[in-house]
Design a protein around this ligand. Sequence first.
Ligand SMILES: [Zn+2]
Length: 304
Amino acid sequence: MTNELQRYYSDLREKNRRALEKRIAECEQKNRRFRSLADEPGLVFKQLAAGKLTPAAAKSRIGAIGAERRNLLISMGLPGNYLDPIYTCPRCRDTGEVGEPARLCACALKKLQEQMIAGSRINPRETFAAFRESIYPDDEQKKQGLAMKRFCERYVASLPAPEKPNLLILGAAGLGKSFFGNAIASAAIEKGVPAVKTTAYQCVQAILDGIDAREDAIAPFLSAPVLVLDDVGTEAMVPNVTVETFFRILNERAAAALPTVLISNLNKDELFERYGERVASRMIDGALTSVILLRGDNLRTRIR
Ligand SMILES: [Zn+2]
């Protein structure tokens, strides 16, 4: 988890703790019995520690204290759980992590999406609904575009666990590859599967910034339920960083069967040349990856 995210959750817990304190003070002011009820569990534990109460008796006393408090609250027209801890996200109890071993909670991924890729958010205009076949210059490219759209929509429909988790979209610049990357990420989020979309450039930059700030910035790329990595091949080739980062992302996401979409202007040979056998063979691994090669004329010159 990034430092920024950790700060977000500690601030959130602090905010909710203060809100609860305010509720407690407000209740104690209305009814003095709340104050003694707040002290009683401590007395019970003291008696338990001193051997004056059996564990069963202590448990039943604690239960009775809770029940009395609930009844008091209800009699005051408040919810029975009004004085329970307040959590903005009950799933992770505002820690940002769930499960064992710990994974980022959906709320943390959403937060990351907002924080981490502020400069590269999903382009909200590029969705399946906004797809226009009229941008294609000829029938062949139109057919290819429509087939691509259908394929990507099926892929999204099968999220969060497609049979082949990964997509590798290759082709020259200006064939609408990024459009489909955006559309996949938007549609995934719409169906409730958190997606992170970023460029390879920004991914490597985030890792480098993380090294400077002494934080592990790779976590969101490893644990995003869907990762769309655009412009693979345009990032800086930093020794001991770029290739290692991609290897970890591909390897750990494959191990967790997490869907990953890679988009690149490079062809297969160029991927091998740039990233080496170890990484490139994972990018095109036929057991895990559907490779799509888009052909045709640059569309950007046609969009008015
Ligand atoms: Zn959460």
